[in-house]
Ligand binder design. Structure first.
Ligand SMILES: NC(=O)c1ccc[n+]([C@@H]2O[C@H](COP(=O)([O-])OP(=O)(O)OC[C@H]3O[C@@H](n4cnc5c(N)ncnc54)[C@H](OP(=O)(O)O)[C@@H]3O)[C@@H](O)[C@H]2O)c1
Length: 199
């Protein structure tokens, strides 16, 4: 399938590598798609690079690999109608009573937002196995078909998929991301860690 990835940073690039390995076609978005740096990255990875509008038009599935503070701006660009959207962002802090993914959904009402990929270091996306165990990937969303598409892709990538429920349940996934960041950083466990739901 055609996968559009908004953001070409650590998360965007690592997700691109993981889905390219499964045979999908990728376009990464950039604010400077014509820059020498982005053209070199595109050639090295074997992807196309475009604007946000072009990337939205390219992908049936859209992965959002942006800093949270870019979301309000980017959701005003392009046509999000009917898109299955993976919200991979982490919105740490703030006083909202909604999860980040619920806020995201409100910004793109015509899209089907699924929360996933925010609870592990991005470098593990292409090979999500730590000490011989497949990392769990927690996903949440309201649309069963969209969640099924994301779950299938995530499973093909090698993750142990855990369906947490509807989009309101994404708040729990977002809390888990905060714990991952604490464990990897201040608590001193480093980035080669992952959550696993034993059941
Ligand atoms: N790093 C991880 O291991 C990890 C894992 C899971 C989830 N996350 C979450 O995933 C998101 C991305 O993280 P990252 O580490 O990939 O960050 P990053 O390396 O800083 O990349 C962020 C990307 O967002 C783009 N961007 C920033 N502002 C923009 C705007 N106004 N319009 C369009 N594009 C904009 C940047 O483009 P420019 O280069 O042009 O600035 C860059 O490509 C964050 O929400 C993070 O919390 C990170």
């Amino acid at each position: 399938m055609n996968i559009g990835i908004l953001g070409a940073g650590q998360v965007g690039q690592s997700f691109a590598k993981a889905v390219l390995a499964l045979g999908h076609a990728v376009m990464l978005s950039s604010r400077q798609p014509e820059s020498a740096e982005m053209q070199a990255l595109a050639a090295a990875l074997g992807v196309q690079v475009g604007t946000v509008e072009q990337t939205l038009a390219f992908g049936g599935l859209i992965a959002v690999a942006l800093r949270w503070d870019a979301v309000a701006d980017v959701t005003k660009q392009g046509d999000w109608t009917g898109k299955t959207v993976i919200d991979m962002t982490n919105r740490f802090g703030g006083a909202s009573t909604l999860s980040g993914a619920q806020e995201f959904q409100q910004l793109v009402p015509g899209a089907r937002v699924i929360k996933a990929f925010n609870t592990i270091g991005a470098e593990h996306y292409p090979q999500p196995v730590i000490v011989g165990q497949a990392a769990s990937m927690f996903i949440a969303g309201d649309d069963a078909d969209a969640k099924g598409v994301v779950a299938d892709l995530t499973r093909q990538m090698g993750f142990d998929v855990v369906d947490v429920g509807d989009l309101a349940a994404s708040r729990h996934i977002e809390s888990l991301a905060a714990l991952w960041v604490h464990l990897a950083g201040r608590a001193g466990y480093g980035r080669d860690i992952a959550f696993k739901l034993i059941r």
